[in-house]
Each structure stands twice: as structure tokens, then as C-alpha cells.
Design a protein around this ligand. Structure first.
Ligand SMILES: [Zn+2]
Length: 354
């Protein structure tokens, strides 16, 4: 049967045509351009595509013939280019002497293609990422200042709330002892609902639940939003790339395999670090949000709280001020309204490892 002669590696268009044909018919041996004659198993080849054949589509529901060994041998094979005999064929993964080497080369090519395509897309977003980082700097600095003021002035409170976060799943709860069997003293008894024994069960208590703390980032021992942002900046700006798509193509083409790989890794690292940065900044701000401050104040000023404190919030023009007071210690944290106007959007190529 006549087949097509390929002086050079077949195009992607040709490969698409073959894979589409096979996905419809399940019969690579019927494609007019492919070579179906006998091929020496020692022949060198280059993999163009991995091929999976749906055996149910074949007229006899059998397996496909492999030109390198015997008929009806495979359903999973490769579309390959055999440069020495100038043909394309679909072979099984059963027989070829050079299969491992061809597969290795294919993986390298596939990865290179993925990395080049990724970088070309990713370079389009570099300018917008730089803008986001630039605008984010003031946000990071203000959030850092708010966090540090709280940590410095309300050290004990911050540590206590951190313990609640770590040991109590961030739930603000006070316990009311209702009846102590040791003293046999009857106290206010509201019925069984919500009662549970504590410790040695000598006492019955009631939970007073104020809800979960928001914004536990503000309770970290060492939160560093500015350093986080600088890290992201370094991960994208080492390229120092400014230019159009053609400049990008030239730069990418000039990269060594190692450089290309490192660049992809660095840009993807920037994406995941930015996600963390952005979540933490918003979370830290949630700590100082009216709802959380009100919750903290209810908890702190409840008569059963033996370490009482107050929390409040006041609004001025273009800013809000959060106050904490515990005994003689107090602090004021100023949050400018522009913190709440920052656009966290980060344009990026979706992650997909090739
Ligand atoms: Zn074979």
C-alpha cells in the first residue's frame, strides 16, 4: 500500500489528523499516509504522539497490528517518525529496541513545549504583576504596622488569643460553673440542655460561646507581609523583561533547558506565594474588622472573663481606628480606608504541569 514520504519531521497538523482518524476508527493501519510495511525493530525513531486505541471501535474489536513485530499486538502505542526510512507509522510499545530512548526524548520535547508555551503566556502578565506588587507595597506596610502595634502593645492579649487559636480551634468560649458536688452547693440550674461534666466531673458547667475568631493571621508570632511581598517581587523581576511578544519569543528561545526550567519554576512560585500573601493580608485585616472586634469585646467584657479587656472601633474620615484596653495597657491601631480598596487580582497562567 502506498504511504507518504516524509523528508522532514511531520507537522503538528499531520499528527492531529492521525490522532483524530484513530480516535474515530481505532484502525491506524487504515490511515493512507502511514507506513504499514515491516519495520526493523532496531530502527531509530522519534515519538510524535502517544496513541491510545479504543479496541471497541475496531471492526473485530481486536488489537492493532504493530509493523515492528506481529499483527494484532497493541492498543497503546506511539505515532512515530522514522527519519532513516522517511516514513511515519504507529507502533506498539512492545518491540522496539530504542523505545526507552525515544520515550525519554519525547518527554523532553513535551516538557520543552509546555515550558515555552507557558512562558509565552506568563510573560504577558508580568507588567500587571509588577503593578499589583507596587500597589500592594503600601498595603503590606500598613498591615505590618497594624499587626506589630497590636503585638507590641497588647503582648499578653495577643499571646492568650494565640493559645485559643492553637488549643481551642480559635473558638472564644467561657465556662460557667453551675454546680459543684464538692461543696454540694446548689447554684442556678437551667435544666439539662447544654450541660456537660468537666475534668473529674465534680462540677457541671455551661459553655458560653462567642463564636470563632476571625483573622488569626494577626495572632502569628512573626508575620512578615513586606518580606513576603519582596520575595514575590524577586521571583518575577529577576527576568527584568520588558518588551512585546516577539521579544519574549526571542528571550525564551535563547534560554538553555536549565534556564527555561528555572524561569517556569520561579514564576509559578511567585503565583503560589502571592496567593498566600493575599489570603494572609485579607485575613489579618479581618481580625480588625467590626464584626470580630465586637465579638472580642463581648468575650473580653463578659463578667465570667477573669482576664477582662475591651475592644472597640471608631470611624474617622478615610480611616478607622481599633482600640484595645486591658487594665492600664491600651493601644490604637489606625487602618486607612485605602487598605480596603486594594485590588488583589493577580493575572496568571493556570497551573498545569506538562
Ligand atoms: Zn511491536
Amino acid at each position: 500500500m502506498a504511504h507518504r514520504v516524509f523528508k522532514d519531521k511531520p507537522s503538528k497538523f499531520f499528527c492531529d489528523d492521525v490522532t483524530e482518524f484513530i480516535s474515530k476508527t481505532g484502525e491506524p493501519e487504515k490511515h493512507p499516509d502511514l507506513y504499514t510495511g515491516r519495520i526493523d525493530s532496531n530502527e531509530e525513531y522519534e515519538i510524535l504522539r502517544h496513541i491510545i486505541i479504543d479496541g471497541r471501535k475496531r471492526p473485530n474489536a481486536d488489537m492493532a497490528p504493530c509493523p515492528m513485530c506481529s499483527p494484532n499486538r497493541f492498543l497503546e502505542g506511539d505515532l512515530v517518525y522514522l527519519r532513516n526510512i522517511k516514513v511515519a507509522a504507529v507502533i506498539g510499545r512492545c518491540c522496539a529496541v530504542h523505545a526507552a530512548q525515544a520515550e525519554r526524548q519525547y518527554k523532553i520535547e513535551e516538557r520543552k513545549f509546555y515550558e515555552e508555551t507557558y512562558l509565552l503566556e506568563a510573560f504577558k502578565f508580568l507588567a500587571s504583576k509588577r503593578d499589583t506588587i507596587l500597589a500592594g507595597r503600601s498595603v503590606a506596610e500598613q498591615v505590618l504596622k497594624a499587626y506589630r502595634t497590636f503585638r507590641r502593645d497588647m503582648t499578653d492579649l495577643q499571646a492568650r488569643l494565640r493559645t485559643i487559636k492553637e488549643r481551642g480551634n480559635a473558638r472564644l468560649v467561657l465556662y460557667e460553673i453551675l454546680r459543684d458536688e464538692d461543696s454540694e452547693k446548689e447554684s442556678d440550674y437551667y435544666g439539662p440542655a447544654g450541660f456537660r461534666g468537666r475534668g473529674d466531673s465534680s462540677a457541671e458547667s455551661r459553655d458560653i460561646d462567642f463564636g470563632f475568631l476571625d483573622g488569626t493571621t494577626a495572632l502569628l508570632k512573626n508575620y512578615q507581609p513586606v518580606i513576603e511581598l519582596n520575595d514575590i517581587d524577586r521571583n518575577i523581576s529577576f527576568l527584568n523583561f520588558k518588551g512585546d511578544e516577539e521579544d519574549a519569543m526571542n528571550l525564551i528561545a535563547a534560554m538553555t533547558d536549565a534556564e527555561r526550567r528555572a524561569t517556569v519554576a520561579s514564576l509559578q512560585l511567585a503565583d503560589s506565594k502571592y496567593e498566600k500573601f493575599s489570603k494572609r493580608v485579607q485575613d489579618c485585616l479581618d481580625f480588625f474588622a467590626p464584626e470580630n472586634i465586637e465579638r472580642l469585646n463581648k468575650f473580653g467584657t463578659h463578667p465570667l472573663n477573669h482576664q477582662p479587656f475591651k475592644a472597640s472601633i471608631s470611624r474617622g474620615q478615610r480611616r478607622r481606628v481599633v482600640h484595645f484596653k486591658e487594665g492600664r495597657v491600651s493601644c490604637s491601631i489606625i487602618l486607612s480606608e485605602n487598605l480596603y480598596e486594594f485590588d488583589y487580582a493577580w493575572e496568571m497562567v493556570p497551573f498545569k504541569q506538562g
